[in-house]
Design a binder for this molecule. Structure first.
Ligand SMILES: Nc1ncnc2c1ncn2[C@@H]1O[C@H](COP(=O)(O)OP(=O)(O)OP(=O)(O)O)[C@@H](O)[C@H]1O
Ligand code: SF4
Ligand SMILES: [Mg+2]
Length: 335
């Protein structure tokens, strides 16, 4: 049984008389110790999926359908108190822009000790020791527990937030754009450290990012989101070596390769769909170089790809030569 099983998760936000269809029948599984990358352009629904798994959607957000099972237990059926325990013990999230989430008038160590003591019946000394241990695990000196947030650099604050997310020793952490605010060197350190902690503790990780190179470096599986839906799913190798959705191909060709030769980057023209009025057909059709009449009329179902273990794509032509040719052409923009 996978650690996490998400089936047809559907979320919308009420916006006056309109509804924003932010996540539409999102399905995936995640095994213990594995990393899933959730990738896609701004506004495609990545954070919404994280919030829905944790059940921390803003007031106008509604889980309109689907199931979320964590280690066999149905998270959407739990009462608020049971869900609070899950958020501490089982499933934790490093929120997007979380660096600023530390309380500016509390020393970071005191804040974390207080949080730990509200969840677990531990003594002050025990809480202090656990917090200091977590600081060391994320590469912060123990002495830093006495610092106020403004006395720390952005990178150190990010580590303190990470220590906070590990305090309850959860099985699964959702990290929402953990590296976006930092320079490339610090990004690399953060990613390496996330992987080390993950390995040491056997954690599963959902890494949310709009950056394909971050995903390539850290993940086992990748779910590519577009317009509230997962449009392609597979192992890192399947997605990066054989992308079979024109949107994934465009994403891959608009990011610099980390290790490959330098190549010309392709721009992705057009804008993402309006999620208050999602199109009937394929949401990518207005921007897709391969779109045909059928694409505008009929939403594509997921097609599995022969020879690949887990790979599927929500494109009518995923198994046809024209998609593999587009992938080759995009990769061929290498100079
Ligand atoms: N509270 C809200 N009320 C109404 N619409 C919202 C709300 N929060 C998000 N949305 C909309 O839902 C869609 C998905 O947003 P979400 O924050 O999940 O995207 P994202 O993929 O995380 O984007 P980014 O990469 O910019 O963080 C967007 O169209 C966004 O405008
Ligand atoms: S279904 Fe059509 S529009 Fe959508 S990605 Fe495939 S070719 Fe493009
Ligand atoms: Mg987001």
């Amino acid at each position: 049984m996978p650690l996490l099983e998400v089936r047809d998760l559907t979320v919308h936000y009420r916006l006056g008389p309109a509804r924003v269809h932010a996540a539409d029948r999102v399905s995936f599984t995640l095994d213990r110790g594995q990393t899933l990358g959730l990738v896609g352009e701004s506004g495609c629904g990545k954070t919404t999926v994280g919030y829905a798994l944790l059940r921390v959607l803003p007031e106008n957000g509604v889980i309109a359908g689907g199931q979320v099972h964590l280690d066999g237990s149905d998270l959407l059926a739990l009462d608020a108190e049971a869900m609070r325990r899950v958020r501490w013990r089982r499933l934790s999230m490093i929120f997007q822009g979380a660096m600023n989430a530390l309380n500016p008038v509390l020393r970071v160590g005191d804040l974390l000790e207080e949080i730990l003591q509200t969840h677990e019946p531990v003594s002050r000394e025990e809480a202090r020791a656990r917090v200091a241990e977590q600081f060391e695990q994320v590469g912060l000196p123990r002495a830093r527990t006495h610092s106020y947030p403004h006395e720390m650099s952005g990178g150190q604050r990010q580590r303190a937030v990470k220590a906070k997310s590990h305090l309850g020793r959860p099985d699964l952490i959702i990290a929402d754009e953990p590296t976006t605010a930092f320079d490339v060197i610090l990004q690399d350190q953060i990613l390496v450290q996330l992987q080390e902690i993950q390995k040491r503790l056997g954690l599963a990780l959902i890494l949310i990012s709009h950056d394909m190179s971050v995903i390539a470096e850290t993940c086992d599986h990748v779910a590519v989101m577009y317009g509230g839906r997962i449009v392609e799913y597979g192992t890192v190798d399947e997605i990066f070596a054989r992308p079979r959705h024109p949107y994934t191909i465009a994403m891959l060709s608009s990011f610099p390769s980390l290790y490959g030769p330098a190549r010309e980057l392709l721009a992705l023209p057009g804008v993402p769909p309006d999620l208050t009025a999602p199109p009937v057909g394929c949401a990518f059709a207005p921007r897709c170089p391969l779109a045909e009449e059928r694409c505008h009329a009929e939403a594509p179902a997921p097609l599995t790809l022969d020879g690949d273990e887990t790979h599927w794509s929500r494109c009518h032509f995923a198994r046809e030569v024209k998609v593999s040719a587009l992938a080759r052409e995009a990769a061929g923009a290498e100079s």
